[in-house]
Design a protein around this ligand. Structure first.
Ligand code: AMP
Ligand code: GLY
Length: 401
């Protein structure tokens, strides 16, 4: 199978790493990819948000399957363009990707599907959560407990230009639950917990994710949750003529009254993928191809090892995601320590690997126990050096949230 992988983050590196182990793979291409992916396949200088460029590349390469990692191309309809050209795509079309692209649409679908979510409130009064409707790269959600925070949040949320949602403030641990979908069937892929805040002890601003672990020991029966949450949403989307093909990612809060959906994403999580993928047994590429061609069947088996990933960022992340040019050392040492180093914001300059982004690397380790995997991951993290490196010291220290 000739595969084109769209994206350039550590999530896409983890997918590429796994695809490279598949007997089904004949050629791996990436657009635009990164230096880590370039060790496994051929990278092409086409941006993830360039539909014409991606279509031309996929046709030129006689691609059998396109796998789209990030949300922006999905919401922009890149998958539709490729499908119209007869190319199999793992990733939803624009109509189904609205489940991530519009929080109002997601709420409407959830209500129609009878899936529990945070109640909408008519007025912004503390405590509440204020959300900008559209894609905001994790920066459009404001948890408010005082009147001052409400005023500030309304100003910021309306600043995104679209509608604003007001929700009840829920409490409980959060979990990311993933399912592979072929438009009709949702098949559980696994669960992970992500650490969203920038600082230790969940302090500081929200980020795209500073680390993750999987499995989630306190989450009972994730497969049943997929039947109760993902499947009805998939049915509702299909009923509306917007079948969802790809990975449906539910952000859940486990409240005292049961699980509640906080949000849906139309893709795999980053950094959750960096712990989900190394734990899977069986052929992930085959499973994504099956979902892309209407044949999703039983779930891939999960290994018994636990996985922990720690994200290494530039000094000013998340305020800035453009930390470029600092040489990166020690990846081979981290790998020798038994870890897998997934590259995100990296580049080659004059033959050297340098930083080029916000989330630079994602370092994953596996072990029979979560605590052991955590120790291994941090041992490897200490082998890697670049100027200004930052990471959380407490990823997976408390597996509970
Ligand atoms: P979202 O992008 O909707 O997942 O929101 C980002 C983060 O905001 C979530 O991971 C939660 O920590 C928090 N959040 C969102 N909605 C709520 C809610 N209704 N109650 C409490 N926290 C929330
Ligand atoms: N880690 C959360 C996300 O990918 O949106």
């Amino acid at each position: 199978m000739r595969v084109l992988l769209v994206g350039s983050g550590a999530r896409e590196h983890a997918l590429a790493w796994r695809f490279a182990q598949s007997v089904r793979l004949s050629e791996l291409h990436a657009a635009p990819g990164n230096p880590g992916i370039a060790r496994l396949g051929q990278c092409h200088p086409v941006r993830a948000d360039d539909p014409d460029g991606l279509l031309a590349l996929a046709v030129t390469l006689s691609t059998d399957l396109v796998v789209i990692g990030p949300e922006a191309p999905l919401v922009a309809g890149v998958a539709d363009e490729l499908r119209h050209a007869g190319i199999a795509v793992f990733g939803p079309g624009a109509a189904a990707a609205r489940i991530e692209g519009s929080k109002l649409f997601a709420k409407e679908v959830l209500e129609a599907a009878g899936v529990a979510t945070a109640a909408s409130l008519p007025l912004a009064r503390p405590p509440c959560v204020i959300k900008a409707d559209g894609l905001a790269a994790g920066k459009g959600v404001f948890v408010c407990t005082t009147g001052e925070e409400v005023d500030d949040a309304l100003l910021k949320a309306t600043g995104f230009g679209g509608p604003v949602l007001i929700e009840e403030l829920l409490h409980g641990p959060e979990v990311s639950l993933f399912a592979l979908c072929d438009g009709r069937r949702a098949v559980a892929l696994g669960a992970a917990q992500d650490f969203k805040r920038a600082g230790d002890g969940d302090e500081g601003p929200n980020t795209g994710g500073m680390g993750a672990y999987s499995p989630v020991p306190w989450l009972d029966a994730p497969e049943e949750l997929v039947e109760q949450i993902h499947q009805p949403v998939l049915d509702e989307l299909a009923r509306r003529g917007a079948p969802f093909v790809g990975c449906l990612f539910a952000g859940l809060m486990l409240t005292e009254d049961g699980p509640r959906v906080l949000e849906f994403n139309a893709r795999l999580g980053d950094p959750e993928t960096q712990v989900l993928v190394p734990r899977l047994e069986g052929d992930l590429l085959e499973a994504l191809d099956a979902a892309a061609t209407g044949r999703a069947h039983e779930p891939l088996r999960q290994g018994t090892d636990a996985a922990v990933t720690v994200v290494l960022t530039g000094p000013d992340y998340p305020e800035r995601s453009d930390y470029a040019g600092a040489p990166i050392e020690g990846i081979a040492d981290a790998e020798a320590a038994g870890a897998i180093v997934f590259q995100g914001g990296t580049a080659m300059r004059d033959g050297r690997l340098v930083t080029n982004g916000g989330r630079i690397l994602s370092i994953t380790a596996l072990a029979p126990e979560l605590e052991l995997a955590r120790g291994r991951a941090y041992e490897a993290v200490e082998q890697v050096r670049f100027e200004g490196v930052r990471y959380r010291r407490d990823i997976a220290a408390v597996a509970g949230g």
